[in-house]
Design a binder for this molecule. Structure first.
Ligand code: NAD
Length: 489
């Protein structure tokens, strides 16, 4: 049973803009429309505008034209636009959470958490807008002065994935606005509705025309390729798969664009024998099941000290097996559907591969029959080293548990991946905690906690998880250039 009525769902779907937002105007897409589906039912929610190459070019024209005026706009006013948008989002968090659950599938409670997290980037960067600084120094030889200033990079292209429909956008839009950059935003085709609402909220918050232009499209390569090649573009910030990120980086090299690449992950979750096992299990539930396992930060493999591995796996199986699976709008649901049939097939394939090589399912291990793309929460033990899910991003509710003999083996196993986004470590030994954190090859570590996301912290990876940081004081630097003036004095 759902506490949300069909008319309530209808109302929010009617409110969301469905056109392209270019130069302060909502307009139709030249290629007609495409459908956005509810992953819990497979049914169409609404149709939104499908942009052509010319529409995308018009969006960049608008961003380029608005650039100089926006760069000179008072930082305080740029910050206040962001602050007003933050407050509007919080005021409407229930409606925005419902919209997100409809397009992406996650349970309402999690959507609400993402709405709050996403809004927080707007508040954080509203505060950073007035803290863009330079410096003035005496040259070491005493003859002259060194002056530095920070200036907006210029028109940016911001491309976001489907898994966090709002927060992946606000992490880029917030600092770009605060820094004085104009932008073209392209949300994922599967979940464009939250970003369309964000564009409307920013418009209503007083964002001048042309600063943010939003393009929804079925053909991302065709529409985005010409923008990446356009000399007026100065930066590309991409969140998505490593595969697509590499392609875009190659395209961006012709134009020598500034780049931020927030790519895939394969997070190890390490539990030492001195850890509080119950709190490690609690952290594991969050690190694994947040966003139905469809998070770049999702714990992909659990490396647990041999002496406590069985206890950990059984307790985790108990928790995951008890989670209620269903449509995200239904009461008490903790696990929604996966985003589409492709994603669910990939998860099934990885589990079948592991089981085929000897892994055992303590709980789950199956897709659900019927409408929607549901997959049962799964815990696997006896996972052999060559099982594909240890080296590939699972992006689903599946937890493989493996034992280790000592600290060195745990670190080696954790680092045995081409990815380097995040790792989780559970231990009650402070020296060991810091020693292990230093040795992990990742951009972030969750120490005795299953979540790292925080608008005030620098989020990002190393190795094949990309580069660049979103959030924290570092987040705005991605949108600023440093100019040095040699002063003859
Ligand atoms: P994806 O790479 O398929 O798509 C991401 C975005 O790129 C979408 O908007 C898509 O339309 C667009 N795109 C695809 N091909 C393109 C092309 N040729 N030119 C221009 N744009 C193109 O990724 P996804 O399936 O939407 O998202 C899941 C992936 O995102 C996972 O690998 C996940 O780990 C990663 N992710 C990373 C972070 C992070 O911060 N590191 C956060 C969330 C998701």
């Amino acid at each position: 049973m759902s506490t949300i009525s069909a008319p309530e769902e209808q109302k929010i779907l009617e409110t969301v803009p469905k056109q392209l937002y270019i130069d302060g105007e909502w307009r139709d897409g030249s290629k007609g429309t495409f459908s956005v589906e509810d992953p819990a039912t497979g049914e169409t929610l609404v149709d939104v505008a499908d942009a052509s190459e010319d529409d995308a070019k018009a969006a960049l024209d608008a961003a380029a034209a608005a650039g100089p005026e926006w760069a000179a706009y008072p930082p305080r006013e740029r910050g206040e636009i962001l602050r007003r948008a933050f407050e509007t989002i919080i005021k409407h968090e229930d409606e925005l959470a419902l919209l997100m659950t409809l397009e992406m599938g996650k349970p309402l409670k999690e959507s609400k958490a993402e709405v709050a997290y996403g809004a927080e980037f707007l508040r954080w960067f509203s505060e950073q807008a007035v803290r863009i600084e330079g410096r003035y120094a005496t040259s070491p030889n005493g003859q002259g002065r060194l002056l530095t200033m920070q200036q907006p990079v210029g028109p940016c292209l911001l491309i976001t994935p489907w898994n966090f429909p709002l927060a992946m956008g606000t992490r880029k839009v917030g600092p770009a606005i605060a820094a004085g950059c104009t932008m073209v935003v392209k949300p994922a085709q599967l979940t464009p509705l939250s970003m369309l609402m964000l564009a409307k909220i920013l418009e209503d918050s007083g964002l001048p025309k042309g600063v943010l232009n939003l393009v929804t499209a079925t053909s991302s390569g065709e529409t985005m390729g010409p923008l990446i090649a356009d000399p007026r573009l100065r930066k590309l910030s991409f969140t998505g798969s490593t595969e697509v990120g590499k392609k875009l980086m190659a395209q961006a090299s012709d134009n020598l664009l500034r780049l931020s690449m927030e790519l895939g992950g394969n997070a190890p979750f390490i539990v030492f024998d001195d850890a509080d096992i119950d709190s490690a299990v609690q952290g594991a539930v969050i690190a694994k099941m947040r966003n139905i396992g469809e998070a770049c930060t999702a714990a992909n493999r659990f490396h647990v000290a041999g002496s406590v591995a069985d206890e950990f796996a059984e307790k985790l199986a108990g928790k995951l097996g008890a989670m209620k699976v269903g449509r995200g709008t239904d009461d008490g649901v903790e696990v929604g559907p996966l985003i589409d049939d492709n994603q669910r097939s990939k998860v099934s394939e990885l589990v079948e591969d592991a089981v085929g090589r000897g892994a055992k399912a303590l709980v789950g291990g199956h897709a659900r029959d019927g409408a929607g793309y549901f997959y049962d929460p799964t815990v696997l033990t006896d996972v052999p080293d060559d099982a594909r899910l240890l080296s590939e991003e699972i992006f689903g509710p599946v937890a493989p548990v493996k034992g280790f003999a000592d600290e060195d083996e745990a670190i080696a196993a954790a680092n045995d991946t081409e990815f380097g986004l995040v790792a989780y470590v559970f231990t009650s030994d402070l020296k060991r905690a810091l020693r292990v954190c230093e040795k992990l090859e990742t951009g972030m570590v969750g120490l005795n906690q299953g979540m790292v996301s925080n608008a005030a912290a620098p989020f990002g990876g190393i190795k094949q998880s990309g580069f660049g940081r979103e959030g924290g004081p570092e987040g705005i630097e991605e949108y600023l250039e440093t100019k040095y003036v040699a002063v003859n004095l």
